[in-house]
Design a protein around this ligand. Structure first.
Ligand code: ATP
Length: 287
């Protein structure tokens, strides 16, 4: 399967923070979600992908090319949506479109106006008067109207109400109905990923914790629950994290083959949500 995004040992130092030896791949035709807590480096990583900041070491390839080789071509083929508005706030939706469209060789007015209608956006309204959700929809309409093969979104659901969020996720799912298109988006709302992502990349403190198929993650991690009397035994079991819950304990482990069957028989075993995996990976053990 073709890699659309490929990072190898990418390092980027900024004041007091470092993306450290980041490597992962994103395949054509899938949705990859990038998760991590505040300050983990998600936006920095996306800025590196878009060559908005230069990496110090390593390699980034998009469509098999580096930015050094052909950044113009890469950017033609990406639809980019990020938090800070890069539109002309004083101009209307339509005027913004007129200014930006000529930069894209595959710009398609018909597609643009279809999205405007679908998203119910007011063409004559100035950007600064739009709600956060409308701005996000406009950004998505712009990003999709030049038929990109890869859509990169930084926190597309942040600050949106649940109805808008659901709509946004449906749009992402719609995009990959065309198997030549791929989506890479960051979020800290992990439940969004439960619904739409095929692959998850988890970053913490500038380092990749894992980058895997979502279904495999759910096969590898286990949430164990049991009474306080077993807490001491379970602590010896190579835990990722755990805590007392009031009625006993819960603990996150990677694989359960190393745990004696006799102990497992006394525990309740669940598949953890992504949020739980993220929480215990970051917080560690406090049993
Ligand atoms: N231009 C900059 N100058 C100095 N520090 C920066 C700059 N950009 C990011 N940082 C720092 O780099 C770290 C990672 O920030 P980044 O915005 O990439 O994290 P994030 O995972 O996107 O966080 P959030 O979920 O809160 O948006 C933070 O400690 C941040 O303060």
């Amino acid at each position: 399967m073709e890699n659309i995004i490929e990072l190898k040992n990418v390092t980027k130092k900024i004041k007091g923070f470092q993306l450290n030896n980041v490597s992962f791949e994103c395949k054509k035709g899938y949705i990859m979600g990038l998760i991590g807590p505040n300050g983990a480096g998600k936006s920095t990583l996306i800025r590196c992908l878009m060559d908005l900041v230069r990496i110090d070491e390593g390699d980034i390839k998009l469509f098999g090319m580096t930015h050094m080789e052909n950044t113009k071509e890469i950017k033609q083929r990406i639809g980019f949506v990020y938090d800070e508005s890069y539109f002309y706030e004083e101009f209307s939706i339509e005027k913004n479109k007129k200014i930006i469209a000529p930069f894209y060789r595959n710009w398609d007015d018909q597609t643009f106006y279809n999205y405007i209608e679908k998203f119910n956006l007011p063409l004559k309204k100035k950007i600064k008067t739009l709600s956060k959700g409308m701005k996000m929809k406009f950004a998505i309409a712009m990003a999709l109207s030049h038929h990109p093969e890869l859509i990169i979104l930084d926190e597309p659901t942040a600050g949106l109400d649940p109805v808008f969020r659901r709509e946004m996720l449906d749009i992402l799912l719609d995009i990959i109905q065309d198997e030549n298109k791929s989506v890479f988006f960051s979020t800290h709302i992990t439940t969004d990923l439960d619904q739409v992502a095929d692959y998850i990349t988890f970053i913490n403190n500038g380092e990749i914790v894992f980058s895997k198929e979502k279904d495999i993650i759910f096969e590898e991690y286990f949430l164990l629950k049991g009474p306080d009397t077993l807490a001491a035994d379970i602590q010896k079991m190579n835990l990722i994290g755990g805590r007392k819950t009031g009625v006993g304990f819960e603990a996150l482990v990677y694989g359960i083959d190393h745990i004696e069957q006799q102990l497992l028989n006394q525990l309740h075993i669940e598949t953890p949500a992504l949020e739980t995996i993220m929480y215990y990976t970051i917080r560690g053990i406090s049993l």
